[in-house]
Design a protein around this ligand. Structure first.
Ligand code: HXC
Length: 260
C-alpha cells in the first residue's frame, strides 16, 4: 500500500502503524474524489495487512481537512450526485476493521470533521477547529455529519453546529465528547503516533473485535440515516442556493440567497 504513486496523500508504514497523510496543501486538504479514492484504496490495503495493527490519519499543521472539495462539487446537479452516490465510498473507510486513529491539527471542517468522526480514536491539537459549515454554502453535511455528530455529542450541540455552521475549538470539542484527547499542538503528531503504535501492538483480532462491538453500540441503525442524509444532500444540488453558495465561495464573496 505504501508503495503506490499517490498524488493527494503520503503513505508510510512503521511500528505496525500505517500512516496516511492528507497532502493537498494548496486546498487545505479539501477532500476531492481523487483523495477519497486514494485514502480508501490505501486504507483498505492496510486493513487487510496482518503486519498493520492500526491506521493513523493525519493532515498538516494548518488543516486536517477544510472540507469536501467545494470547487469540484459546485456545478453538479441532482441527477449526477445521485447516480454517482457522491461520498458513498467514504463509508468503506468508516467500515474498516482495523482501529483508525485520527490526529487532527488546524481545521477539520465539513467533510474534514466528518472524516475525523469516522476514526475510532480522535486526538487533537489544542488549536484545532471543528465545524459543519455546509449551511453557509446552501447545503447540509453529506459524509455522515448529521448522524455521527448527533450520536457523539447529542442533539443540542449538533443542531447548534449544523444550523449555525460555527467552528468550535478543541477544548469545547473535548468537553462535548467529540474528541478523545487534546494535547499541545507541538505534541499532536508524536502523541497520535504513540497511541497508534500502542494499539497496533495489541492482539489484532482482539483490537478489531473491540472496535466492532463499540461500533455496533454506536451505529445500529445508522445505515438508514446515512442513506437518507445522502439523498437529501444530493437533492440540494437541484437548488439555486447550492449553486450560489458554492460560486460565492470560489469568488470570495458573500452568498445572495434566493431561498429556492
Ligand atoms: C475547496 C478549499 C476548501 C474546500 C479551502 N479551500 N477550503 N477549496 N474546497 N472545502 C481553498 C481555498 O479556496 C483557497 O484556495 C485555499 O484552499 C486556502 O484557503 P483560504 O480560504 O484562502 O484560507 P484561510 O483564509 O486561512 O481560511 C481557511 C478556512 C476557509 C476558514 C478553512 O478556507 C474555509 O472556510 N473553507 C471552506 C470550509 C467549508 O465550508 N467546508 C465545508 C465544505 S462542504 P485559493 O485557490 O483561493 O488559494 C463539506 C461537506 C459536504 O465538506 C457537503 C457539501 C458542501
Amino acid at each position: 500500500a505504501a508503495a503506490g504513486d499517490w498524488s493527494t496523500i503520503e503513505v508510510s508504514v512503521a511500528d505496525r502503524v500505517g500512516t496516511i497523510r492528507l497532502n493537498r496543501p494548496k486546498a487545505l486538504n479539501a477532500l476531492n474524489e481523487e483523495t477519497m479514492d486514494e485514502v480508501v484504496a490505501v486504507a483498505t490495503a492496510l486493513d487487510a495487512d496482518d503486519e498493520v495493527g492500526a491506521i493513523l490519519l493525519v493532515g498538516s499543521a494548518k488543516a486536517f481537512a477544510a472540507g469536501a472539495d467545494i470547487k469540484e462539487m459546485s456545478s453538479k446537479g441532482l441527477a449526477e450526485m445521485y447516480s454517482a452516490d457522491w461520498f458513498r465510498r467514504w463509508e468503506d473507510f468508516a467500515r474498516l476493521r482495523t482501529p483508525v486513529i485520527a490526529g487532527v491539527s488546524g481545521y477539520a471542517l465539513g467533510g474534514g470533521c466528518e472524516l475525523a468522526m469516522m476514526a475510532d480514536v480522535l486526538i487533537t491539537g489544542e488549536g484545532a477547529k471543528f465545524g459543519q459549515p455546509e449551511i453557509n454554502l446552501g447545503v447540509i453535511p453529506g459524509m455522515g455529519g448529521s448522524q455521527r455528530l448527533t450520536r457523539s455529542v447529542g442533539k443540542a450541540k449538533a443542531m447548534d453546529m449544523i444550523l449555525t455552521g460555527r467552528h468550535i475549538g478543541a477544548a469545547e470539542a473535548e468537553r462535548i465528547g467529540l474528541v478523545s484527547r487534546v494535547v499541545a499542538d507541538e505534541e499532536l503528531e508524536d502523541t497520535a503516533a504513540t497511541v497508534a503504535a500502542e494499539i497496533a501492538a495489541k492482539s489484532k483480532p482482539a483490537a478489531q473485535m473491540a472496535k466492532e462491538v463499540v461500533a455496533a453500540a454506536f451505529e445500529t441503525p445508522l445505515q438508514h440515516g446515512l442513506v437518507h442524509e445522502r439523498r437529501v444532500f444530493h437533492s440540494l444540488f437541484a437548488t439555486a442556493d447550492q449553486k450560489e453558495g458554492m460560486s460565492a465561495f470560489s469568488e470570495k464573496r458573500s452568498p445572495q440567497w434566493q431561498r429556492r
